[in-house]
Design a binder for this molecule. Structure first.
Ligand code: NAI
Length: 651
């Protein structure tokens, strides 16, 4: 059967794309659309055309399987332009998502109708691209410069009601879309039709608007090129004629398509798509999760409880005593209040989220809980006590998870009845925001438990990565190496501020030392002290020297840097120079690029060891860990991708 079919409703033709799963714009779809234009233009009985899609969505974008192949004709700009200039007006009937090329096809139509839960957008920049079929040229003509800049340079889709406000959509439909679209076609045919967008004049904006937009985007993009290139296309669209603007956009699209940033972003895109579906678990059923409990309502426990509530699960929060229960609930309140403040939640939904949490000190409440996540102090004896109690009160099939950062999950689970249901689920702080979830099975964990871990990750909208057992699993182990190498540079005479600046220049939001000052140097210090107390040979780090001098980071007014009260800006510290001075043996001078190459190289080498030991299953998993848990710039593709490219340069 053809992927594009034509049906009739009186004088209205309905063109339907049926190319599962997401009606991607494959060569066959593009050809089918072009043929439909020709056929319907030649049909005297047809006065208008509704373009709709079968299945769960409108055209959700380009065909990702064609990403790395040379473009095949007919090219999308020609298809969109054929629809736009067809003798019969086309109307897009959008459900699900109209993204990228899908929205560009809709821009070729005279009208755009959408269901209330549909979304439209031009996410090309998230793949290191700009729209390639008129998105930057037609959107400003439809919705004005500001809306177009927002849509194209952020890549964020908008929901239909917002799209209506912005002028991206003509009507939001309640009820049956096809029926509404046909009725709309009949109604609008009697009035004058709007001009095709290519024939409309382009809006203009003053120079100052573009300069400001450019500065704002450059700051946000931190070295990522596509958003700035998208802005340049939009500017050209308002200053040149339609044909010249289209040519500029296409040239930019083709240039970016071949760029290393686009290759890196495609790599991450495919890694993310593969992550939730480990091949080894295909056919393994996850257990149903109807409710959950969290033990410990501190930083992590409250964040995990919030994430579980965001996914709609009722949560029991267990703490040590009543005062701690109150603190835990207060932590959750703060999390939801800050989501309200940021516009992510309404007051009403924040209240509903909180109402779904039951705080208690009574483990007996967990008798019918499907999943328990432990986030108590990082102390083996405390954790073991918790699991001993859980083993007594929980159903034998309840999944029991630990959020430990460094302890050995096998030791935590020792003595637990039915150890097959035990697993490590390592969240990242703040747990309701950070996308990474390290899933750490023990040798006894069953496939069902493992599959349930992955299913939970999906419910929470996280990026799951399976990790084997070693100190720090994947992420914290690489972090430790990264910090050690950063310290090694300082010992060679590289300024602390120069290391941080180099990593910011590479694309991190913060360098390694500023980040430690924010999080506190004492956590890693205590962990090292614990290991020393246990008889391990852990050499003194520069960080240890600072902590011993009372410099634990921002919270103590200083760590690697000094901080003025109420000011988070790091100031190079004379005291640190004094404390560390004797340990510094100047080596060769390094520029920012050399510093970044050195540190990312160290991460990749640790990653290689992690792979060789089977702690990670594939290199791209390590990249996901760094990107979603540690702020590695997405457009660099992750340390393993960067290293595999032999990227001796940081561009
Ligand atoms: P925290 O100190 O903020 O919270 C721990 C909470 O556990 C406290 O509220 C305490 O009252 C409670 N607690 C202690 N013993 C308990 C018991 N027997 N029953 C019930 N509640 C008990 O610590 P945080 O930072 O939340 O860490 C918790 C766990 O998460 C640790 O294992 C840590 O290694 C891990 N983790 C921490 C991350 C972080 O960035 N802070 C990131 C990922 C994991």
């Amino acid at each position: 059967m053809s992927v594009v079919t034509i049906a009739r409703e009186g004088n209205i033709a309905v063109v339907t794309i049926d190319n599962p799963p997401v009606n991607a714009l494959s060569q066959a779809v593009r050809q089918g659309l072009l043929d439909a234009v020709t056929a319907l233009d030649g049909d005297p009985d047809v006065s208008a055309v509704v373009l709709a899609c079968a299945g769960r969505t409108f055209i959700a974008g380009a065909d990702v399987s064609e990403f790395d192949k040379p473009p095949q004709p007919p090219h999308l700009p020609d298809v969109v332009s054929a629809i736009e200039l067809a003798a019969k007006p086309w109307i897009a009937a959008i459900h699900g998502s109209a993204l990228g090329g899908g929205f560009e096809v809709a821009l070729g139509c005279r009208f755009r109708l959408a269901t209330v839960d549909a979304s439209v957008g031009l996410p090309e920049v998230t793949l290191g691209l700009v729209p390639g079929a008129g998105g930057t040229v037609r959107t400003p003509r439809l919705a004005g410069v500001e809306a177009a800049v927002d849509l194209v340079t952020t890549g964020k889709p908008v929901r239909a009601p917002r799209g209506l406000e912005l002028g991206l959509i003509d009507s939001v439909v309640e009820g049956d879309l096809r029926t509404a679209a046909i009725a709309f076609a009949r109604e609008r045919l009697v009035g004058p039709l709007p001009q095709p967008l290519s024939l409309r004049p382009a809006p203009t904006a003053p120079d100052a608007f573009w300069t400001e937009a450019e500065a704002a985007i450059a700051k946000r993009a931190k070295g990522e090129v596509a958003p700035l290139k998208a802005l340049a296309c939009l500017r050209r669209a308002t200053e040149a004629d339609f044909a010249a603007a289209m040519q500029f956009e296409r040239a930019t699209f083709l240039e970016l398509r071949a760029s290393s940033q686009a290759a890196a972003l495609r790599h991450v895109f495919f890694a993310e798509r593969a992550a939730p579906r480990p091949a080894a678990l295909s056919g393994v059923q996850a257990l149903p999760l109807r409710n959950a409990a969290v033990i410990g309502g501190g930083t992590m426990g409250a964040g995990i409880a919030a994430a579980l509530r965001d996914a709609g699960l009722p949560v029991i929060l267990i703490e040590r005593d009543n005062a701690a229960v109150e603190r835990g609930i207060a932590n959750l309140k703060d999390i939801f209040a800050s989501a309200v403040k940021r516009g992510r939640l309404t007051e009403a939904s924040a209240e509903a989220r909180l109402a779904g949490v039951l705080g208690s000190t009574d483990y007996a409440m967990l008798a019918d809980t499907d999943l328990v996540i432990e986030a108590v102090f990082e102390e083996l004896s405390v954790k073991r006590q918790v699991f001993a109690r859980l083993g007594r009160v929980c159903r034998p099939d309840a999944v029991l998870a630990t959020n430990t950062s460094y302890l050995d999950p096998r030791a935590i689970a020792e003595g637990l009845p039915n150890p097959g249901r035990f697993i490590g689920l390592h969240f990242f702080s703040p747990a309701n925001v950070m996308k990474l979830l390290e899933i750490v099975p023990t040798p006894q964990t069953t496939d069902t438990t493992l599959a349930t871990g992955f299913a939970l990750s999906r419910m929470l909208g996280k990026v799951p990565v399976r990790a084997g057992i070693c100190e720090g699993f994947i992420g914290n182990r690489i972090l430790k190496r990264y910090r050690a190498e950063a310290e090694a540079l300082v010992r060679q005479g590289v300024a602390i501020a120069a290391v941080d600046a180099a990593m910011r220049g590479y694309g991190f939001a913060m360098g390694p030392f500023e980040a430690q000052d924010l999080g506190g140097l004492d956590i890693a210090f205590l962990q090292r002290e614990g290991a020393r107390a246990a008889g391990q040979d852990v050499p003194e780090t520069l960080g240890d020297i600072l902590v011993r001098a009372g410099r634990k980071g921002q919270k103590t007014g200083g760590g690697w840097y000094d901080y003025k009260p109420g000011d988070r800006r790091p100031v190079p510290s004379d005291e640190v120079t004094r404390l560390l001075g004797a340990l510094i043996e100047p080596g060769p001078a390094l520029n920012a690029e050399a510093i970044a190459v050195h540190l990312v190289g160290a991460m990749a080498r640790e990653g290689e060891a992690i792979l060789a030991e089977g702690i990670a299953e594939k290199a791209s998993d390590i990249d996901l860990v760094e990107i979603h848990g540690y702020g590695f710039p997405r457009w660099r593709g992750g340390p393993m991708f960067h290293a595999a490219k032999g990227a001796g340069s940081s561009s």
